[in-house]
Ligand binder design. Structure first.
Ligand code: AP5
Length: 211
């Protein structure tokens, strides 16, 4: 099975991707996490993409398409969840081509819908673990011990792109370049729209009804 999680920044894609991979065994292709890992490990790709992420701009399509190509070579037999990819029409068409080649077209695109005021509230209060990348929220999903990760005890930090300027840019990039994908997939009859409001578990229950 091949599923895309689509939606604006902060809509809860990463949170739902984690639940789906733990509960249903999906392999996650989470492009934000992959790119941040390259940055923290100082790889050549990390230095190429660092500025884009800090500013909240989209990384060039050719880089993302190469990443997905490599991922599919490794994981083509598993159920896959694409989280944060594709984000442009070029990426969407590139993904379609690759999935066609391997004979497993997309089954479902889940669009997570969330009003902009709630997006900004969630992103401003998000914290991530510096060591393992786990996701928290000071308002909705606080850690048991303030400032420390429940899983590994690592330090919780604010993501570098969770500031007003970068959030504004991410929302702009989403509106201009990613939102056209809604219609692209809706026309193919594979898109479902799910409200991202409510607790992570409430949202998850809405999603799995369609699986
Ligand atoms: P990426 O990491 O994918 O960032 P994003 O799309 O902006 O999404 P976020 O991770 O901010 O939010 P999310 O929807 O995953 O929500 P989350 O679950 O974390 O990408 C970062 C950057 O990488 C991009 O800006 C770009 O530069 C580059 N990039 C990545 N992919 C690319 C691509 N394909 N093409 C080009 N460039 C690319 O939740 C947010 C917060 O809300 C958390 O604190 C969470 O705990 C909380 N929360 C989640 N769900 C709920 C809920 N139901 N109720 C209450 N709180 C909740």
């Amino acid at each position: 099975m091949r599923i895309v999680l689509l939606g604006p920044p902060g809509a809860g894609k990463g949170t739902q991707a984690q639940l789906l991979s733990e509960d249903k065994g999906f392999e996650r292709f989470s492009t934000g996490d992959i790119l941040r890992r390259h940055i923290s490990e100082n790889t050549p790709l990390g230095s190429r993409v660092k500025d884009y992420l800090i500013k909240g701009e989209l990384v060039p399509d050719d880089i993302l398409l190469q990443l997905v190509r490599n991922f599919l070579k490794e994981k083509n037999l598993s159920p896959i969840l694409f989280d944060g990819f594709p984000r442009t029409l070029t990426q969407a068409k590139g993904l379609d081509g690759l999935l066609e080649e391997e004979g497993h077209p997309l089954d479902l695109v889940i669009f997570l819908d969330l009003p902009e005021t709630e997006i900004i509230r969630r992103l401003n209060s998000r914290r991530i673990c510096k060591r393992c990348g786990a996701n928290y929220n000071l308002i909705t999903q606080p850690p048991k011990v303030s400032g420390r990760c429940d899983r590994c005890g690592g330090l919780l930090i604010k993501r570098e792109d969770d500031n007003t300027k970068a959030i504004r840019e991410r929302l702009r990039a989403y509106r201009e370049r990613t939102s056209p994908l809604y219609e692209y997939y809706e026309r193919r009859g594979i898109l479902i729209k799910v409200s991202g409001m409510g607790s992570p578990l409430q949202v998850y229950k809405r999603i799995i009804r369609f699986l």
